[in-house]
Design a protein around this ligand. Structure first.
Ligand SMILES: [Zn+2]
Length: 295
């Protein structure tokens, strides 16, 4: 454990960043039909409230990537069980439905929005996959920011960055940061790759553009922080019961991936969940999940 910059008897930089879990959400909805029809993209607000209840009961504290940056700088301790709640795309329901519930629980989140403020709805959502939905206004984004939420960039127009020319990819990455910083009058340091698609070139561009964090979806090392520009996140789909939530948040990430891969395994021992806070050695991470999901 690090001990530096002791203040008032407390040592700063305490905590284990490897324990940071990053959850990924898209839309929070109040129409049951959407959460049933699109369980990976849409979560009913009542279910979302159950997620937060679970996190609260198990002692998780919601932090942001900015908190992690301050931890790295020796200016902030990490809580015992840190979790980062991320929302992609900047849907209006993030503001209207998720924000009030998060506030109820005293939790903050990281919201990734597109930099092109001319985009009023999620034109990138294909109707066959997910109906388009209104995006937050600049004022709503500002309100989240004022409430302590971290606003990150989700590119300029939600293109698949590795498919673009170098110039266009750079514009999506760097220009979106500039525009969001003008909106917020504050630094924007985190980025989420649209569709979770990145490569070494676009990851390097994040660094050059001044970001310190790049979020992937289902790729990246299982240990938080090993690759700050390819942070792996965990999706919690609709109809995930308490046990599924426990597997996703309490087990070490390597275990979670392994269990997911071994989907046929029958779990009979609830103690496995409780061991998540212990130093269980991570199993090798086996890919094999559907990488083509939206983000
Ligand atoms: Zn997205």
């Amino acid at each position: 454990m690090n001990h530096k910059g002791a203040t008032n008897g407390r040592s700063l930089s305490e905590g284990n960043p490897q324990k940071i879990r990053v959850l990924m959400y898209h839309r929070i909805v109040d129409a049951i039909g959407l959460s049933i029809g699109y369980p990976r993209q849409c979560l009913h607000v009542n279910e979302f409230r159950r997620h937060l209840t679970f996190l609260e009961r198990w002692g998780f504290t919601a932090i942001t990537f900015e908190d992690y940056r301050l931890f790295q700088a020796g200016e902030l301790n990490l809580p015992k069980k840190p979790v980062i709640l991320t929302f992609d795309d900047g849907y209006q329901d993030t503001y209207e439905l998720a924000f009030p519930v998060l506030r109820e629980f005293g939790m903050r989140a990281v919201v990734f929005v597109v930099g092109d403020r001319g985009l009023k709805e999620s034109v990138w959502d294909q109707p066959a996959i997910l109906p388009t939905a209104p995006l937050m206004t600049g004022e709503q984004i500002l309100e989240l920011h004022r409430a302590g939420f971290e606003i990150g960039s989700h590119s300029l127009t939600h293109e698949r960055l590795p498919s673009l020319s170098r110039e266009k990819a750079w514009e999506e990455i760097s220009r979106s940061r500039e525009l969001l910083e003008i909106l917020l009058n504050a630094p924007v340091l985190s980025f989420a790759f649209p569709y979770g698609e990145s490569n070494e070139t676009t990851k390097k561009m994040l660094l050059d553009a001044g970001y310190t964090i790049g979020c992937a979806t289902y790729t990246g090392p299982p240990t938080f922080g090993s690759d700050p520009f390819e942070i792996r996140r965990t999706l919690v789909p609709s109809a995930t019961e308490t046990f599924g939530m426990g597997v996703r948040t309490l087990l070490p990430f390597g275990y979670y991936s392994w269990l997911r891969w071994k989907a046929k395994v029958v779990f009979t021992n609830a103690r496995m969940m409780a061991s998540g806070d212990g130093e269980v050695e991570a199993e090798p991470v086996l890919e094999g999940v559907n990488l083509a999901e939206k983000s």
